[in-house]
Design a protein around this ligand. Structure first.
Ligand code: SIN
Length: 338
């Protein structure tokens, strides 16, 4: 479905054209009561309802809307990510499109923006927005987040900053931003690296640029790609069993991300499992379950290291890396550069 909302004649020529792609999530969630902030249905409302809820968008841009999916983001898959990235690339290749805003669930907002950061071949703005309260709630955060996302995408200084995530007036980078709290509105943070900028009143304040390779400089090209190699995450903990690796091997995974303890520490049991996987030609990357910080190279431990990518983001990069190469040195370099 495509819905077009044109700005007033005369003003339209001066305003940028921003396309909003809807994928579902709590921002499109609906509950029976306006006090209900749990147990609601995510991905219940369509793109036209989301846009109509914020008529002020027309003062910022000429808006078009498309429904790509309408799901809770826990059900996001590589197939939907590929569809989304193909669509964003096609839109941004057009002269008449100046930026894209994507509405998405918060639960896997660590992953989808980072996938687009690696696979979109344009320096035009791509901005993800989401919400922690369903659209039917008192003080729903979705409409203001959508307004903020379009404001950022329409800003003349937004180009070339990689894929951004806008919630609560803050602009995060897809590379670093992460959901840090299961339920609070201010859940999206980058504890070590901070934000790219903020929105205050009518103005967007950009403070930082990303020092990682992304979008137009990324080597990852999904043109013609229809599936991605399977990569699983195995969590490290006291008593973690070796049989998780046997299961991954039996399911023919091409890569494993180990969500390690501390700076990627490996128990004796996981050490045996990882070495078994490596012997089968599976690429293993050690990350950390701590939520922030760097996993440094350590010759005494098996596998590659994730740099500062958390396990969910590491999985995205490893899927794309394995679609290009199995060379361990090259893949390690990707983890330090992207
Ligand atoms: C989802 O991720 O789709 C549900 C939760 C949310 O959007 O906050």
């Amino acid at each position: 479905m495509v819905v077009c909302f044109s700005a007033l004649a005369g003003a339209a020529e001066k305003l940028p054209h921003i396309v909003i792609l809807a994928t579902g999530g709590t921002i499109a969630g609906s509950a029976a009561a306006n006090t209900q902030t749990t147990g609601y249905k995510a991905g219940a409302l369509g793109i036209d309802t989301l846009i109509n809820a914020v008529p002020e968008l027309k003062t910022l841009a000429t808006i078009s809307g498309e429904q790509v999916a309408n799901i809770g983001s826990e059900n996001m898959t590589s197939d939907v990510l590929l569809t989304l990235s193909h669509r964003v690339n096609a839109l941004l290749a057009r002269d008449d499109v100046d930026g894209v805003v994507i509405t998405h669930g918060t639960d896997t907002l660590d992953e989808s923006p980072y996938f687009l950061q690696l696979t979109v071949k344009s320096d035009k703005p791509v901005v993800f927005v989401a919400a922690m309260r369903p659209a039917t709630a008192i003080s729903a955060d979705g409409p203001m987040n959508l307004y903020g996302g379009v404001k950022v995408a329409a800003d003349k200084n937004a180009r070339g900053r990689g894929v951004m995530v806008v919630l609560n007036d803050r602009i995060g980078s897809a590379r670093f931003i992460s959901k840090t709290n299961a339920s609070t509105l201010d859940t999206f943070k980058a504890p070590e690296e901070g934000y790219l900028g903020t929105i205050v009143g009518d103005r967007v304040y950009f403070n930082n640029r990303l020092d990682k390779i992304h979008t137009t400089r990324s080597v990852f090209d999904i043109t013609g790609v229809k599936t991605l190699p399977r990569v699983d995450i195995i969590y490290g903990y006291q008593d973690d069993p070796e049989y998780m690796y046997d299961a991954a091997i039996a399911h023919d995974v091409k890569g494993i991300v180990y969500a390690g303890m501390g700076a990627g520490s490996v128990s004796k049991r996981s050490d045996a499992g990882i070495r078994k996987a490596l012997n089968q030609g599976i690429v293993v990357v050690r990350s950390t379950r701590t939520g922030s910080g760097v996993v440094p190279p350590d010759a005494s431990q098996p596998g590659l290291v994730s740099d500062s990518l958390n396990p969910a983001k590491s999985r995205i990069l490893l899927m794309l890396a394995l679609s290009k190469t199995h060379n361990a040195d090259v893949i390690q370099d990707y983890f330090h550069s992207y």
